[in-house]
Design a protein around this ligand. Structure first.
Ligand SMILES: NC(=O)c1ccc[n+]([C@@H]2O[C@H](COP(=O)([O-])OP(=O)(O)OC[C@H]3O[C@@H](n4cnc5c(N)ncnc54)[C@H](OP(=O)(O)O)[C@@H]3O)[C@@H](O)[C@H]2O)c1
Length: 312
């Protein structure tokens, strides 16, 4: 498994990372904790050393399951968790809170849930327009000084958020949605290069759609995909030519559709790592099969073009 450096740090992460959203068992369909733990153990076996989670994923559950699955390896790998999204129970909706008081409280909770002494990468989940970038970064810088976190990352920032926040401290990475169907993240790549920030791609399989296993939306109430932009009837209708081309290319390399979708991202030199929300050991094993080969430029270009046509 290839490893790449995060920002200006001396931390190296595997190009395939493990995503902890779907294992939280909240708003992502059915999950079984035993299977999630087996998936984490399999990830370690495959040489994966980057594990992403967030305090809001299952309200701590993802962090707890991750810690359990990693067991004695939890201080050896690079765990990235996030702060800044909270849950309004009444409205059944998340909201931003990056007030310094909440940042300090959330960091202690994440350290407890993960059962580690220091969070290797602490990421701002979404920018909070109510609080100034200076105040937010001061709180995170303080956590760094206190040794509670090692490095700061961000997520879902625009180019202007990046420029604004970088003035008040060092942000090493950004996490952003990027896959064949949503290529809009490309507009921040230049700013990331300018600041020497790593780009970590999330939802690389478009929440499972790019595996080719979903022809219809049949998600229950406890599944964010019921309302997802990726699973609209229009997208499901228009995705066929892309999936057919992915299948044709995959057959040439003896790779599955999921592996072709992931390889398309890895072949972009702006990307440091892709995080896959695997629910089982076999899903993460399949994802790891995206490492160690390359698409021909012509094939990549064809997929880029077909992918761009689906969501418009
Ligand atoms: N920073 C942010 O705001 C943000 C937002 C979203 C996600 N993330 C991070 O990125 C990670 C991945 O994103 P994501 O979960 O949205 O999308 P994803 O990785 O594109 O899709 C995950 C889903 O695809 C299906 N799947 C995964 N591997 C598969 C395989 N090999 N074969 C068949 N199906 C497979 C699984 O669902 P089924 O088995 O139910 O089909 C799984 O839950 C998350 O876990 C989280 O860590 C971050």
């Amino acid at each position: 498994m290839e490893v790449k450096k995060i920002g200006k740090t001396d931390m190296y992460i595997s190009e395939i990372g493990f995503g902890g959203l779907s294992i939280a068992g909240f708003h992502y369909g059915k999950t079984k904790d035993k299977e999630s733990i087996e998936a984490i153990k399999e990830a370690l076996e495959l040489g994966i050393n980057f594990f992403d989670t967030a305090d809001i994923y299952g309200f701590g559950k993802s962090e707890i399951i991750l810690s359990e699955g990693l067991a004695e390896n939890r201080e050896k790998v690079i765990i990235a968790t996030k702060v800044g999204l909270r849950w309004n129970k009444k409205k059944e909706k998340s909201y931003c809170d990056l007030s310094p008081g909440y940042i300090f409280e959330a960091a202690l909770n994440s350290l407890f849930n993960l059962n580690i002494k220091k969070i290797p990468l602490y990421q701002i989940h979404y920018p909070d327009p109510k609080i100034s970038a200076r105040e937010i970064m001061e709180a995170l810088n303080k956590l760094k000084e206190e040794g509670k976190i090692q490095h700061i990352g961000c997520s879902n920032f625009t180019k202007s958020d990046i420029d604004k926040y970088q003035k008040f401290g060092r942000i090493e990475s950004i996490q952003i949605g990027y896959n064949l169907l949503d290529q809009s993240a490309e507009k921040i790549f230049k700013a990331c290069k300018k600041w020497d920030m790593s780009v970590i791609a999330y939802s690389p399989l478009a929440q499972g759609l790019l595996t080719g296993k979903y022809q219809k939306t049949k998600f229950g109430k406890n599944d964010r995909r019921k309302k997802s932009k990726y699973f609209s009837p229009k997208v499901l209708k228009k995705i066929k030519p892309l999936l057919e081309k992915m299948k044709e290319i995959g057959e040439k390399y003896q790779k599955t559709l999921a592996q072709v979708a992931l390889r398309w991202i890895l072949d972009n030199s702006n990307i440091t790592c892709i995080i896959i929300g695997a629910k089982t050991a076999s899903e993460i094993k399949e994802a790891a099969g995206a490492s160690g080969w390359k698409l021909a430029k012509k094939e990549r270009d064809e997929l880029t073009k077909l992918g761009k046509r689906v969501m418009i």
